[in-house]
Design a protein around this ligand. Structure first.
Ligand SMILES: *Cc1c(COP(=O)(O)O)cnc(C)c1O
Length: 493
């Protein structure tokens, strides 16, 4: 008996020596977290890290233990105090969501429960499938379709394009590889297509040139006639047209391709129709704007991104495939150590059969909890709200002679620039870039910039459930103030 206890005492664990201690600290962390989000509006959107904070991250690998309270203190001081800023009501850079408290609790509980969503017979697996089912319903996909939660939109697109490649290759690509494809495959997208598709083409072994960029009209939508011509020319030249990628919400301007026309053309030409809906697929749940994405339900596969317009904490993307067996046939492998059993833990679905990961996190919980709390209709209204806010900002810009809109506003992305007495090209770009940087450095707001059809512009992407209209009024006033300040040659404050 004695010797048994001795052995037990020597077995180490990561569990705390005193649970009451971690309980007290956990309460403090939760209190701090609530305050952190409650007061986010009072803090600058972003600030530069001082040298001592940068130095903190050069500390060597820890060898000795430290009290967990000290560890948390380090995180609070050096990490929590210098966020990217996308949880702030005036963050409008690039395109991302701004998280939510319930989702954060979901992430915490997912880690506490600790399940591996590679598959198996347990509640987390059922919830993962349920969230995928809900995503299908949101975009109007049939219940027979399949899907998988992935890290984000880039992975969701890779999943869809991989199924497209295998379905259209004409040979068993899984067994023989892309070298055995008799006629080189061609994929088509607009010249506004997101860069992740290039990475996908490269990773799929098809190469960047296999992705044909088709020109866009003045609304930045794919030119369907030019697409039809490109397909015919490729066929004549011995290529095998395989897939049309439609974009529902381009990253530059939020343009939405004519999805119905693309679906019809894909059917006519016997091509796979994939929709990159990372930005816009969820508009399908927004009552006032859902007609903008009509036709998305006709796709063979869709990529969507709950960590954007549903504000799930990173990471959460979703790939949906209409033909469930084409999806499974692209990825399923059953090694001897992952065989199913008739009962018990291994009798559930093997979710890893629908993607590239084996171990998978419990991403579904953070999405499920926020959806259950608010209901899908509220998420739809928040999407409508952001689109209305973007129209408000667009109106302000149009009414202000010092500013000009540089692309039409379709959804929640506004592209504009500040004029500078007759300046153009590099000088105008430098002026607008300086405005953008001062807005960031003064902690007022964050925008990003881009170049659309050769014109550089500032860009506000309002994917933010905390933004109010007066935040946009403030953006306009501060842009004009900083514009004057720079034009007058004044140094930054
Ligand atoms: C954001 C985005 C992606 C990539 O999604 P991630 O979640 O960042 O990986 C792909 N396509 C479009 C149109 C996007 O806006």
């Amino acid at each position: 008996m004695d010797s048994l206890q001795e052995t037990t005492a020597m077995d180490e664990t990561l569990d705390p020596p005193d649970w009451a201690d971690v309980q007290a600290l956990s309460h403090r962390i939760i209190d701090d977290a609530v305050g952190y989000l409650r007061d986010v509006r009072d803090r600058p959107v972003w600030r530069e890290m001082p040298a001592e904070v940068r130095r903190f991250f050069n500390a060597p690998m820890p060898r000795e233990p430290a009290p967990i309270a000290d560890v948390y203190g380090d995180v609070a001081r050096n990490v929590m105090a210098y966020p990217m800023g996308n949880i702030h009501p005036r963050f409008w850079s690039w395109y991302m969501g701004c998280s939510n408290f319930t989702g954060a609790l979901g992430d915490f509980l997912a880690a506490i429960q600790g399940s591996n969503l590679g598959g198996g017979n347990h509640a987390a697996g059922l919830m993962d499938s349920q969230v995928v089912d809900w995503c299908k319903e949101m975009v109007g996909f049939p219940a027979s379709a399949s899907g998988t939660l992935v890290s984000g939109g880039s992975m969701a697109n890779i999943i869809g394009l991989t199924v497209a490649r295998n379905a259209k290759a004409g040979v068993d690509v899984r067994e023989r590889g892309v070298g055995a494809i008799p006629r080189p495959l061609r994929f088509y997208a607009s010249d506004q297509v997101h860069s992740c598709h290039r990475k996908a083409m490269e990773a799929l072994g098809l190469g960047n040139r296999a992705l044909q960029r088709v020109s866009t009209d003045s609304d930045l939508r794919i030119d369907v006639d030019a697409l039809r011509t490109a397909i015919a020319e490729d066929r004549a030249a011995g290529f095998k047209p395989a897939c049309i990628i439609g974009t529902a919400g381009t990253v530059n301007t939020g343009a939405i391709d004519d999805l119905r026309a693309l679906a019809a053309l894909a059917a006519e030409e016997d091509l796979w129709f994939h929709v990159d809906g990372c930005i816009g697929a969820l508009i399908a749940i927004a009552p006032e704007n859902r007609s903008l994405v009509a036709g998305i339900e006709q796709a063979h596969s869709i990529a969507l991104d709950p960590h954007k317009w549903m504000h799930a904490p990173f990471e959460a993307g979703c790939a949906l495939v209409r033909d469930a067996s084409a999806h499974r046939n692209t990825f399923a492998v059953t090694p001897e150590y992952l065989e199913s059993t008739p009962r018990g833990l291994a009798s559930g679905q093997w979710l890893h059969d629908y993607g590239l990961q084996t171990s998978r996190g419990f991403r579904a919980l953070k999405i499920w909890m926020a959806l259950r709390e608010h209901g899908v209709e509220k998420f739809g209204r928040l999407i409508d709200q952001n689109i209305a806010q973007a129209r408000h900002l667009t109106g302000l810009i149009k009414a202000e002679p010092a500013l000009e809109l540089t692309a039409p506003t379709t959804i929640n992305i506004v592209c504009f620039r500040h004029r500078l007495d007759g300046a153009s090209g590099e000088r105008l770009k430098a002026f607008n870039t300086e405005i953008m940087l001062r807005l960031q450095e003064q902690g007022i707001a964050t925008l990003s910039d881009t170049t659309v059809h050769g014109r550089h512009c500032l860009r506000a992407a309002i994917t933010n459930h905390r933004t109010r209209r007066d935040d946009l009024d403030l953006l306009l006033r501060e842009t004009l103030r900083i514009g004057k300040e720079i034009a007058a040659g004044n140094p930054p404050v």
